[in-house]
Write a protein that binds this ligand. Structure first.
Ligand code: THU
Length: 142
């Protein structure tokens, strides 16, 4: 279905599960781990980081994108997301609207895959175009 092989998808999910352990979520207790796959098949992780003033908090997906871009990496193939309440089951979780827009800045939405996982063998895959059709992007400003 996607161009990313299954063993790499499994690797992304496991790295997202590891990253989720660092989620800082004293307010929602909803813990998110994300693993972004670069064009070079490197995996860069992120977690959500909340804040007492609420709005400065950051999602796991954007943490991963901002980490990558701040290291000079801007080409991505996909992202895996694992999320759920602390101590509960993982749920299929799709990126929030703000994260969809941030991802869209750097990728071809028709090719970039979003892996929403409950475990390394239980996941759904959608392209960013499916999740975020007719998006506004860099081309609109050329
Ligand atoms: N959150 C993410 O990190 N990613 C998502 O895809 C959905 C929501 C975070 C934001 C906040 O820290 C918590 O989950 C509850 O919304």
């Amino acid at each position: 279905m996607s161009n990313v092989p299954e063993n790499i998808i499994r690797d992304m999910i496991n790295k997202a599960i590891d990253a989720r352990k660092f989620a800082y979520t004293p307010y929602s207790n909803f813990k998110v781990g994300a693993a972004l796959l670069t064009k070079e098949d490197e995996i860069i992780t992120g977690c959500n980081i909340e804040n007492a003033a609420y709005s400065p908090g950051n999602c796991g997906e954007r943490t991963a994108v901002f980490k990558a871009v701040s290291q000079g990496i801007k080409d991505f193939k996909g992202i895996a997301i694992v999320a759920g309440k602390e101590g509960g089951e993982l749920e299929y979780t799709s990126p929030c609207g703000m994260c969809r827009q941030v991802l869209r800045e750097f990728v071809n939405p028709e090719e970039f895959i979003v892996v929403m996982a409950k475990s390394e063998s239980d996941y759904k895959i959608m392209t960013l175009e499916e999740l975020f059709p007719m998006s506004f992007g860099p081309d609109n400003l050329r």
